[in-house]
Design a protein around this ligand. Structure first.
Ligand code: GRF
Length: 225
């Protein structure tokens, strides 16, 4: 079977990108990264990509007059790379509706909270301020609204009393990496798809996000209906 072709969008550190690079190199993920794209020319993510011998490109928003023009140029390049799936892994720019809409079902994002809780920025502080016992991360299909779109999978992280946002964030990040890899393994095996706005696994609508367990496996799915 042809390997899943991934494009990765990243603005910063790129630890999720690195997790994908490592999982592919280890034979854990039957995929190929066909391009890494960034809005920040000095993003460490681009360095990681180049180090792994992957095509890496930055387009600077300030070289474009509007968001629409920037996104059009960016996605022209993404399309040229010929990806099956576009993964936003720490891509910190809003993507305009005309670029999201035609790619719904082919674009994923990883977000550091248990969506729909704590959208936007500073999610770990938001979780601490809200006093929740359990926080975590989600992988979801991209929809035009910020951090919206059907959630595919989640990893839960218990909040330790007295910890600060940085510590909690590190513990969540450590679970993001297996969450992203295991979710992409489902795509590589053609097991997951978005059908009429609903996540399907093995051809069945999924009622609730898949939950990654401590052994980095997904627990039994809850089928809808
Ligand atoms: C992660 O926490 C991800 O969930 C969020 O941005 C961060 C990116 O981290 N969207 P990295 O660049 O992958 O290290």
């Amino acid at each position: 079977m042809a390997r899943l072709r991934l494009a990765v969008l990243a603005s910063g550190r790129g630890s999720n990108l690195q997790a994908l690079i490592d999982a592919i190199a280890d034979g854990q993920l039957a995929a190929a990264i066909v391009g890494v794209f960034s809005d920040k020319p000095d993003a460490p993510a681009l360095e990681r990509a180049r180090h792994a011998g992957l095509p890496a490109r930055a387009l600077r928003p300030r070289d474009f007059t509007t968001r629409l023009a920037y996104d059009r140029a960016l996605f022209e390049q993404v399309d040229q790379a010929g990806a099956d799936l576009i993964v936003c892994a720490g891509y910190m720019r809003l993507i305009s509706q005309p670029q999201v809409q035609p790619r719904v079902g082919r674009m994923l994002n990883i977000h550091p909270s248990l969506l729909p809780a704590f959208k936007g920025l500073h999610t770990h502080q938001q979780a601490l301020d809200a006093g929740v016992d359990v926080h975590g991360a989600s992988v979801h299909f991209l929809a035009p609204e910020l951090d919206g779109g059907p959630v595919i999978s989640q990893a839960r992280v218990p909040v330790v009393s007295g910890e600060d946002a940085a510590t909690l964030g590190r513990r969540v990040l450590a679970r993001e990496h297996p969450l992203l890899v295991q979710t992409l393994r489902l795509f590589a095996a053609a097991r997951v798809a978005l059908v009429d706005g609903v996540v399907h696994l093995d051809g069945h609508a999924v009622h609730a996000p898949l939950q990654l367990d401590r052994d980095d496996r997904f627990g039994p799915a809850t089928w809808a209906g």
